[in-house]
Design a protein around this ligand. Structure first.
Ligand SMILES: NC(=O)c1ccc[n+]([C@@H]2O[C@H](COP(=O)([O-])OP(=O)(O)OC[C@H]3O[C@@H](n4cnc5c(N)ncnc54)[C@H](O)[C@@H]3O)[C@@H](O)[C@H]2O)c1
Ligand SMILES: [Zn+2]
Length: 347
């Protein structure tokens, strides 16, 4: 079928045009059709735009961008009971094989055949209508806007990271990196029960956006050392949990120095090159290290958290452009203005 969409043609080349994509707008039995209302531009969309690849995922053919979306249900398949026409929803963008071994084992995000929007060769959702599995389509609470609904995707990464960290009430956490992902992790770690979350970055404009939230301590790496601040806040013992959310290999330089004995580390940032891990320090402190890949089984709780009002994402939405101005939206996102967090496109 032919759809109008935001298409990445190649490195540095995006346009809004009609494109032939597989599929139909008629939902199958367990699918719904959604009229898209808001799509957020992700760091990965910008990375494909600028570099044409992320690791082994290479854009070889024109690809529709976008995976952070909210909209309204416009048709439901014959076997869909939990959603109806008119429901306001957001969509989990990775479609696994529902019968695969990894899906059946509970971690469908690790299914090697998962088809994730705007991860080549799979087209994304920057197009007026999509058809999606009902099981991966979630109703928005009435008090959650489409703009916030389109933020559930990055927030789910934070919620999943916090869950993997097994946070206990009163824990002190460190987050390296105050980009979108670092912010989402910091908010989720606080919601999970941390007493303090120490967030480091060298981009002061980013830190300023979150500095006045109760429980957040910001560390401007231009003027302060992370090790000093963590020591001051933990009586020299180290933090219970460390989250790597910068993607910089330098974040590993003092990672083991800021984690307490028997602490935990959750690695979320994806360094372009191999990152150095101090194995002996890890052993001597018996630090538990885990990585995460996107999320699994957390979208419902992420929406519940957003609906509860415990996390306010509205200040993180820095700019909004109509669909017709999508190319301008991408140009703005690609500038990576330090005071911008999320740029969105609306329909
Ligand atoms: N594991 C996953 O499933 C997953 C999902 C989404 C994103 N990611 C990764 O998470 C990382 C962050 O994503 P983002 O969209 O927030 O990126 P971003 O570029 O917006 O944010 C990264 C931030 O880290 C800061 N930074 C750089 N070096 C630092 C250092 N040494 N210490 C502290 N801060 C430093 C930068 O100034 C920037 O503000 C990326 O590497 C991305 O690929 C992983
Ligand atoms: Zn994203």
């Amino acid at each position: 079928m032919k759809v109008r969409a935001v298409v990445l043609e190649g490195i540095g080349d995006i346009c809004l045009r009609d494109i032939e994509v597989p599929g139909t707008l008629e939902p199958a039995d367990n699918e719904v059709r959604i009229a898209i209302k808001t799509v957020g531009i992700c760091g990965s969309d910008v990375h494909y735009y600028k570099h044409g690849r992320i690791g082994d995922f290479v854009v070889n053919e024109p690809m529709v961008l976008g995976h952070e979306a909210a909209g309204v249900v416009t048709a439901v398949g014959a076997k869909v009971a939990q959603l109806k026409v008119g429901d306001r929803v957001c969509m989990e963008p990775g479609i696994p094989d529902f019968g695969s071994q990894e899906t059946l084992a509970g971690h469908y995000n690790l299914d090697p055949s998962v088809r994730f929007w705007a991860t080549p060769p799979i087209h994304g959702c920057l197009t007026p209508e999509v058809v999606h599995p009902a099981a991966l389509t979630y109703k928005l609470p009435d008090n959650v806007s489409f703009a916030e609904g389109a933020m559930v995707e990055p927030l789910a990464i934070g919620v999943y990271a916090a869950a993997k960290a097994k946070i206990e009430p009163g824990d002190v956490a460190v987050v390296a990196g105050a980009g979108t992902i670092g912010m989402m992790i910091a908010f989720s770690a606080l919601a999970a029960g941390c007493s303090e979350v120490i967030v480091s970055d060298m981009a002061k404009a980013k830190l300023d956006l979150i500095a006045d939230r109760p429980g957040i301590v910001t560390v401007d790496l231009n003027h302060q050392k992370l090790t000093d601040v963590v020591a001051a806040h933990t009586a020299g013992r180290g933090a219970d949990v460390f989250f790597e959310a910068s993607g910089s290999p330098h974040a590993f330089d003092n990672m083991m120095d800021v984690i307490r004995p028997a602490g935990r580390a959750v690695l979320v940032g994806m360094p372009q090159d191999r990152a150095p891990l101090d194995v002996v320090a890890l052993e001597v402190k018996e630090v538990t290290v885990t990585g995460i890949f996107r999320y699994a089984n957390v979208w419902d709780r992420t929406l519940a958290l957003l609906g509860s009002g415990k996390i306010d994402l509205k200040p993180m939405i820095s700019g909004s452009y109509p669909f017709d101005e999508s190319v301008a939206a991408f140009e703005r996102a690609a500038q990576q203005n330090p005071s911008d967090v999320k740029i969105q496109i609306t329909f």
